[in-house]
Write a protein that binds this ligand. Structure first.
Ligand code: FAD
Length: 343
């Protein structure tokens, strides 16, 4: 069992609102750790629309999803937050007044005086293709993400899909695979044109196969895949020998374990908060960003930024019960400027 990580504030979710919370908490001297299920920082902005322009961030006429993530990372640099990616928070247990024990699915344990839930719409989950019996192969032969490329060395790989993930992994895994087939239902792709060109070049060189069609069933034993049965667009079927099937059909959002944390919920999926502090019904646990609810709530990034600022004022009372908080501007406070490394 690894050591318990102690921190002032544990932030669940490294989307834009979780990131800005690091800044507001940091200005008030609170140290933060962030946990996110994704392998990257930025929540919906980085995962769902990295290249799309956003036009309603105050003071920034246009920024992309990835651009706002990068800017927030730059802004929070002075506060040295610690990120724990690829991990899902599974449980929160109250052990003090307030003090919380938070555990992830990777077995990591935190002890935090304050917990901030900025979990957005919940966890991103891969869309499962409609293939009967696919569950029997999940985790052994069917994978919705590539955690370790080496695990695929020497395997006969079948990748399904026409988006960026399917094309990127086709290009990355082709040199490792004993044989690789990319299967897509049509010959138009949603992926970056450069990736499509590179994939076509590999096909032309005879290094991989590209096949039009859809997987209809799987054949194998004890979770080990042997063949995928593929239906061509003309209705005829054939089998592709494969050890690993990687379907990339996009992501959906599911609430995940948030509902089991003993916090009052609205309609089973949102967390009601007090709009003066953005605290939940459990003292010391706050909820900001898309996950919270109050009358008039708008699921906008700017709402989450405001919520992070007010949340930090109340969080300070728990982390420093004996310290008085003096309101200060970053423009004029030399002590805030020192924390930001600009004075
Ligand atoms: C296509 C699209 C366009 C948009 N355009 C705009 C726009 O123009 N302007 C605007 O203001 N907003 C826009 N939005 C909405 C905006 O992206 C959201 O309001 C914002 O991302 C919410 O931020 P968040 O930090 O609350 O949550 P999210 O960005 O959803 O991040 C939450 C994070 O929490 C993680 N998480 C969830 N559960 C757990 C758990 N148990 N353990 C660990 N991690 C967990 C998730 O993996 C995720 O990374 C758009 C959204 C979409 C989909």
């Amino acid at each position: 069992m690894s050591e318990v990580i102690k921190t002032d504030v544990l932030i669940i979710g490294a989307g834009p609102c979780g990131l800005f919370a690091v800044f507001e908490l940091g200005l008030l001297d609170m140290k933060t750790h962030l946990v996110d299920i994704l392998d990257k920082i930025g929540g919906q902005c980085a995962e769902l629309y990295p290249e799309k322009p956003i036009y309603d961030i105050p003071g920034i006429p246009m920024v992309t999803g990835q651009g706002i993530t990068d800017a927030l990372m730059e802004q929070i640099k002075p506060f040295h937050p610690t990120f724990h990616l690829n991990e899902m928070v599974e449980t929160i247990k109250k052990v003090g007044d307030p003090l919380f024990r938070v555990k992830t699915d990777a077995g990591k344990e935190f002890e935090a005086k304050v917990v901030v839930i900025s979990a957005g719409g919940g966890s991103f989950q891969p869309k499962r293709p409609p293939i009967e019996g696919i569950e029997a192969y999940e985790g052994t032969s069917v994978h919705y993400a590539v955690r370790q490329m080496e695990a695929f060395r020497g395997k006969r790989i079948l990748i399904v899909g026409g988006g960026d993930s399917a094309l990127d992994w086709t290009l990355n895994l082709a040199p490792l695979a004993s044989h690789l087939t990319l299967l897509h239902r049509r010959d138009a792709f949603r992926a970056a044109p450069d990736s499509v060109n590179k994939m076509m070049a590999l096909v032309a060189e005879g290094k991989i196969d590209f096949v039009l069609g859809q997987v209809t069933s799987l054949e194998g034993e004890n979770g080990e895949l042997g063949y995928a049965v593929v239906k061509r667009n003309d209705g005829s079927t054939f089998r592709i020998a494969c050890d690993a099937l990687l379907p990339f059909f996009g992501l959906t959002m599911k609430l995940g374990p948030v509902a089991n944390w003993g916090i009052e919920m609205k309609d089973g999926e949102l967390i009601p908060v007090d709009t003066a502090t953005f605290e939940t019904n459990v003292p010391g646990i706050f909820a900001i960003g898309d996950i919270n609810w109050y009358p008039g709530k708008l699921k906008l990034i700017l709402s989450g930024f405001h919520e992070a600022a007010l949340m930090s004022q109340k969080a300070h009372r728990y982390v420093y019960p004996d310290k008085r908080l003096v309101f200060q501007y970053t423009t004029s406070s030399s002590s805030l400027q020192k924390k930001l490394g600009v004075a």
